[in-house]
Design a protein around this ligand. Structure first.
Ligand code: SPV
Ligand code: MG
Length: 288
């Protein structure tokens, strides 16, 4: 079932979407009060210990989206990278992602295989505007529900092509049917993105991923206007790595788990997140 993001976006000034790489992280994001889940390609790649360069297959990512949709009731924004090939691959992907329970797909205008956006020296190549319009059109024509959103993502700023090219591409993607435009930047300050947003005259709302320029908080986004969704792009995997590195180091240093024990959630908390209550109730009811 597609959880409607369109309705949520219409009802709120700004939607806060947290990255997740597993059903458990998606559930934690839901409990923390986020509005949606970002099924991040970067996070899933990192989970496999791999760079985010189109090594993870569509099937692997799709399986994770399905598993997250099964355990979390928030709308899922699926990061489908370049659409796994050309417009024909996009048709197949959108069919699959909508069926898997995603509420939206984000498709980016890079060539396949892509290179992760935030790497300082990343090789960034973009496809022709017309080719990417075909991908957006393919996604829009394939979706079954009008509530399933197609987000066109331009990497023009990431590729160093400048604001005019980013605006040209964003306008072309809106014309092709994109419901929203994701503008990505790896500048360390919000200036580049703020300038783009001020210059944007399209009707499609903007999506930001402010990983590189973290001072772009909700207050600052609100002042800028035109932005309807903020994606916290990799904060689930980074939070997990931070916690594991610190706790693992302490256990090695202390020669045991005696000191960290009190600083961790209890096993009972994990039982709760696993849904042990339901299992217990089923046991009582059905085991004879
Ligand atoms: C992701 O989380 O996979 C993204 C955002 O696409 S970024 O890694 O910043 O490109
Ligand atoms: Mg990605």
């Amino acid at each position: 079932m597609t959880r409607s993001l369109r309705a949520a976006i219409a009802a709120a000034d700004l939607i806060h979407v947290m990255a997740a790489h597993s059903p458990l992280s998606a559930r934690l994001a839901e409990e923390a009060g986020f509005d949606g889940i970002w099924a991040s390609g970067f996070e899933l790649s990192a989970l496999y210990g791999l760079p985010d360069v189109s090594l993870i297959t569509m099937t692997q990512h799709l399986d994770m989206v399905r598993a997250m949709a099964d355990r979390c009731s928030l709308p899922i924004v699926a990061d489908i990278d370049t659409g796994f090939g050309n417009a024909v691959n996009v048709v197949y992907a959108v069919e699959q992602y909508e069926r898997a329970g995603a509420a939206a797909v984000v498709i980016e205008d890079k060539t396949f295989p892509k290179v992760t956006s935030l790497a300082a020296d990343g090789r960034q190549e973009l496809v022709r505007v017309e080719e990417f319009q075909g991908k957006i059109e393919a996604a829009c024509a394939t979706r079954r529900s009008k509530d399933f959103l197609v987000v066109g993502r331009t990497e023009a700023l990431i590729a160093g092509l400048g604001q005019a090219e980013a605006l040209r591409r964003a306008a072309a993607y809106e014309e092709a049917g994109a419901d929203m435009i994701l503008i990505h930047s790896k500048q360390k300050t919000p200036d580049e993105v703020e300038s783009f947003v001020r210059a944007w005259s399209g009707k499609a709302p903007i999506v930001l991923v402010p990983t590189a320029y973290p001072e772009m908080n909700a207050e600052r986004i609100g002042k800028l206007g035109k932005i309807k969704m903020v994606i916290y792009g990799n904060h689930a995997i980074r939070a997990s790595v931070t916690a594991m590195q610190q706790i693992f180091a302490r256990i090695r240093h202390d020669g045991g788990i005696h000191n960290v024990h009190g600083d961790l959630v209890s096993v009972e908390e994990i039982f709760r997140l696993q849904g042990m209550d339901r299992m217990k109730a089923d046991e009582t009811r059905f085991l004879k």
